[in-house]
Unconditional design. Structure first.
Ligand code: MSP
Length: 795
């Protein structure tokens, strides 16, 4: 009988591809400094590359910068610098940024590179020679931020609520457009409508996720117009061959970078010194190839540039008689307050500040891990301090970091070696065991618990492997977390520290010795496999853990991710410093060192008591209550925002601005009594100030967002509090009469940091929203959140 019938061992892992893989990111505009959006696209490619190399598959990873075009030209002009000099500065900024976050492309291409210019000329000449390019005139809208020609249908009037000024915006990205009349060269995109449909039809996974492929298919089916491919008024770019009064459109120029790197128009590329590569101490050498082979296997892009990559780029490639890439992976956005993080939205945050909040020696690794674990390419992900804290504290400090400390700690492992278990534990039959037998084998030192952990160790790599080929970093990291959590459970159940203590008293007791060395060996094996599989996501921290366990470099591959590899008797390094200090419940101030634990007082840990008191105090400062919503309508300037009147009492109203679209529409909220917090510091969202925030939860699997469900009969003003919480002096739980009264500590305006501290304690458990494990209630009963899985966060 097996508990684990679908588990796979390494023997059944995906076969290696025949040729080296070629992966690309978009090339980044250099009109501003790199931000988290750029980082995310690159991290997906970097972690994929690192994973492939962990599987000993040769890879070429291409990234770079998009230097030409009106937008970059304008940025340089604003700084009073020549465009090329500006791009040189920005090139250095991007390279440094990549190095700091351990992103290591094999080539970091610039569109001002000589070989790229030659490739673009060749592309143009070939399209022209095929009569795919002809001279025409463009009269229409142009969006400078997107460097895109925008059809009339996609332009809308947007009124500024403050000034009343009306601006024309593109509905694609909600950015301003300008009217353009220009003589242009045009590309015969219309001619490629049927070939594009045929290509999509014949390649079911050419664009993923599937819903994006369907969107593109329907768009192409509805008809394609020819597109402009030159700009007359733009000087910063590559001139049209034989007609230098025109500049080649920045998107043709940019898209060609992918084939430049593969040697277009020739068929050989030498990666010599003139091509930049990133220098980083975590760069994996040995498995890079110097020449990527076209077609690219994976091209990663954000959803905002899908049209260019899923329609224009394949059409250009078909026109050039080149094969189309194998797979386009389209990811969603990182948002802040549910709006895309971008320079123009002004909601960027400084990555160095985030790293300071995380603190410790491996803050970069933790940040990479957070972005890759929290995101799912199919949806947008909202960035918050809450997410950062919960991942660092739970996954990294409590689970992974703690496990490393435990298996190397002198208190459990006084010999400071990989322990020597009985020989039968090292039997090769356990290397592939993924199915747990009903009973432990007779006459074996291994218990059923041991076998369960061995099976988990042996089956994790295949799960990570399957997820990574789909670029599902969330599932890949989830599989490693699951191994860590099973290992932690195993350690809790077996309490090796007790055995170590018993052994200290009775050093000759062979039975205890066997038990302890077996348990410790299993723990080390679990941490070794987890660390190896974490290398793509946290290259420095995971390598450091493997160093501590003295695992040789040649054993750090996916092939070694099974039980029985660590060499018994090897000396290990039992340092006590934590890999990831916890982010404390104080304001998220930058920290250098983890705080020292406080001494225990009166039999109870004083820091725990203080912590609870601090949490209760933070909660009491916030006014959580029921409100009623009326006049709900869409924000005039932001598609995703809803504006409502919030009734706080029979006489008091306020304004709510919420980013609940697409989960809720204005009509879904009209007249509803909902859970909220009403005394936060007001915040302006697209020109309208919001004073109230709704409480909702986002399902961590499906990404759907649901409002907390008030108890039956809830009334405006009902207070919300965690069970067992003292609301005010003389307050008794469930007392309706005093439940409406304010708490003694309630603040007039709660600052953001204070509120985030409270939010950090919110989690869904068994369909109940809880604050540090205590269900939220009103005097009328419990608040519910049905249909949201356990562990999801509410906010
Ligand atoms: N230069 C073009 C791409 C040319 S490729 C031939 C460009 N550059 S960009 O700098 O604006 O964006 C590059 C990538 O960053 C895109 O994939 C985009 O989706 C991604 N991101 C920018 N902001 C983002 C978020 N807030 N979240 C996630 N990724 C987003 O477009």
């Amino acid at each position: 009988m097996s508990e684990n019938t679908t588990a796979k061992s390494l023997a059944e892992i995906t076969p290696k591809p025949e040729k080296p893989l070629f992966i690309t990111t978009p090339i980044y505009y250099v009109n501003g400094d790199p931000h988290v959006g750029h980082l995310y696209t690159s991290l997906l490619a970097d972690s994929y590359t690192r994973f492939a190399r962990l599987r000993e598959i040769p890879m070429f990873f291409l990234s770079g910068i998009d230097e030409h075009g009106q937008k970059v030209g304008q940025s340089a002009a604003e700084k009073n610098i020549e465009p090329k000099a500006w791009c040189d500065i920005m090139n250095d900024n991007f390279l440094k940024f990549f190095e700091n976050v351990s992103i290591c492309p094999d080539r970091f291409i610039r569109t001002t590179d000589k070989d790229h210019e030659e490739a673009v000329f060749a592309v143009w000449n070939k399209l022209k020679a095929n009569d795919d390019i002809y001279k025409g005139k463009y009269e229409g809208w142009y969006c400078l931020s997107d460097e895109a020609f925008v059809p009339e249908l996609n332009v809308q009037d947007v009124t500024d609520p403050v000034t009343g000024k009306v601006t024309k915006m593109t509905i694609d990205s909600n950015r301003p457009v300008e009217w353009l009349v220009e003589e242009n060269y045009m590309f015969r995109l219309s001619k490629y409508q049927q070939p594009l449909l045929d290509w999509i039809d014949a390649n079911p996974t050419c664009i993923v996720p599937e819903f994006r492929r369907n969107e593109i298919y329907n768009f192409v089916k509805s008809g394609l117009n020819d597109i402009s491919v030159s700009r007359k008024s733009v000087k910063w770019g590559i001139p049209v061959p034989d007609d230098p009064s025109h500049t080649i459109y920045v998107w043709i120029d940019a898209l060609a970078n992918y084939i430049t790197a593969a040697g277009y128009p020739g068929d050989i590329v030498h990666l010599d010194e003139q091509h930049q590569i990133c220098q980083s101490k975590t760069k994996i050498t040995g498995l890079s190839v110097t020449k990527p082979v076209w077609p690219a296997d994976i091209q990663i892009v954000g959803k905002d540039i899908i049209k260019f990559h899923a329609i224009y780029w394949p059409a250009f490639l078909l026109a050039l008689n080149l094969p189309v890439y194998k797979k386009l992976v389209v990811h969603g956005w990182w948002t802040k307050d549910r709006m895309k993080i971008s320079k123009s939205a002004g909601n960027q945050f400084e990555i160095p500040d985030e790293l300071k909040i995380i603190g410790g020696p491996f803050a970069v690794d933790a940040f990479r891990y957070i972005l890759l674990k929290e995101s799912n390419i199919s949806i947008d992900c909202d960035y918050s301090l809450n997410v950062v804290k919960s991942i660092v504290n739970a996954d990294l400090a409590d689970q992974y970091g703690n496990l490393l400390l435990r298996c190397t700690a002198a208190a459990i492992n006084p010999a400071q070696i990989v322990p020597v278990p009985p020989p039968s534990v090292l039997d090769a039959k356990y290397h592939n065991l993924v199915e747990v037998p009903a009973e432990a084998p007779a006459n074996s030192p291994l218990t059923l618990e041991d076998l369960k952990l061995i099976a988990k160790i042996n089956s994790t790599a295949a799960l990570v492997d399957a997820a990574m080929w789909e670029l599902d970093t969330q599932a890949a990291i989830g599989a490693i977390c699951s191994l860590n959590s099973v290992t932690n459970g195993y350690v809790q159940t077996n309490e090796p520290w007790k055995l170590a203590k018993q052994l200290k008293d009775k050093p000759d007791n062979a039975e205890i010795q066997t038990k302890l060395s077996t348990i410790l060996y299993l723990m080390i094996e679990a941490v070794r496999v987890a660390s190896t599989l974490l290398l793509p996501f946290m290259p420095s921290a995971a390598a450091y853990s493997l160093d501590r366990l003295a695992i040789p470099a040649e054993n750090r591959t996916v092939q070694h991710c099974h039980f029985g590899v660590a060499q018994p008797g090897t000396k290990i390094d039992g340092k006590r410093d934590p890999l990831f200090p916890k982010i404390l419940e104080t304001e998220a101030a930058p920290k250098a060192q983890p705080a020292k634990p406080k001494p225990a007082k009166g039999g109870k840990n004083a820091s725990e008591e203080d912590k609870q008191a601090a949490l209760d105090q933070s909660f009491a400062m916030c006014k959580f209550q029921m409100i009623k919503l009326t006049d709900c309508k869409k924000h005039p300037d932001a598609d995703k925002l809803i504006v409502c009147t919030a009734h706080l009492s029979e006489t008091e109203t306020s304004t709510l601005v919420t980013g609940l679209i697409p989960h809720y529409q204005p009509e879904d909220l009209e007249g509803r009594v909902v859970c909220s917090v009403v005394n936060l510091k007001p915040k302006k969202m697209m020109g309208i100030e919001g004073h109230v925030m709704l409480l909702a939860a986002t399902d961590k699997v499906s990404g759907k967002c649901i409002l907390l469900q008030p108890p039956e009969g809830s009334q405006i003003g009902d207070r919300i509090y965690p069970t067992g919480f003292t609301l005010a002096e003389g307050w008794k739980e469930g007392d309706v009469a005093t439940a409406q009264k304010a708490t003694t500590q309630e603040a007039a305006e709660v600052p953001k940091g204070r509120f985030e501290k409270v939010v950090n304690g919110f989690k869904v458990e068994t369909e109940l929203p809880k604050f540090y494990g205590k269900p939220l209630v009103t005097s009328r009963g419990p608040i519910k959140i049905e249909g949201i899985c356990d562990g999801s966060e509410f906010h």
